[in-house]
Design a protein around this ligand. Sequence first.
Ligand code: ATP
Length: 292
Amino acid sequence: INSFFQPVQQLVQLYTQYQQGKAAIGKIRGLLSSEPSVVPGTRVLPPVEGEIVFDGVTFGYLPDRPVLQGVDLRIAPGETVACVGPTGAGKSTLAKLVTRFYDPSSGKITIDGYDLRDVTLDSLRRQIGVVPQEPFLFAGTLRDNIAFAGPSATDEEVWAAVDAVGLRDLVERSPEGLDTPLHERGQSVSSGERQLLALARAFLASPRVVVLDEATSSLDLRSELRVEAALDALLEGRTAILVAHRLSTAMRADRIIVVDDHRIIESGSHTELVAAGGAYAAMFETWAAHSH
Ligand code: ATP
């Protein structure tokens, strides 16, 4: 029996290797050829309420490899939706589509009924604030870093953002207050403070919609609580999509979607999804068992 199966097994192995090689070449080609090129629309997006709708959205970085397939999702104005799911499932991709980093290969995404493809990138991005996983800080003062999107912000506006995210003590401890220069690349601030500064920056810009890719760096409990409180302040009253790497963050959202297998496989509040006993409930059980 072995003498029959061995060659078959080898063939299967060879074929798998061949497929993997092909995929790798495709991936490299994709990386080389694709600075994402979206064609901006011409309409200026008027001030929005912040309703985001995915209508049958399919997208992949490479033509034969869908990352998202036929995704339908409606986010109501003011609603916070957290995306959870395994690594590589497409959570960040979903978020990037909202900021029009890429366009769906089929289906469409609308904001207040406007197809993202029809509006200017400038008018879109002014109403959608992005907080990346690794927020950048630059050489400049605390004020420069916070008022990045609105350099003409008044002191009152900057302080309001500082207070909203609970950074008053950091500013007051700094020798020149808001005018204290940050070391280049912000080595002089902790990872938690860096996240708070990024949240202050988004708060000051005051967009209707926030797309936030949660930092993965682990924080001590006190910093984590501060970041969570700042997040609550930022997201209050805005539409938000959170790529949540911590279930403790996801739990605070109005709704959680589980992205896996190119689709949204579950959608509901924390309580609903735990009661449903599916993928989210399993993730939560594992998390709860390890964190207490
Ligand atoms: P994580 O939790 O690890 O951040 P994720 O769910 O956010 O994962 P994505 O970053 O959206 O996943 O990636 C989805 C898939 O798309 C992965 O297989 C990833 O390798 C692939 N991918 C992501 N960005 C690119 C890109 N620029 N070019 C090609 N493939 C990409």
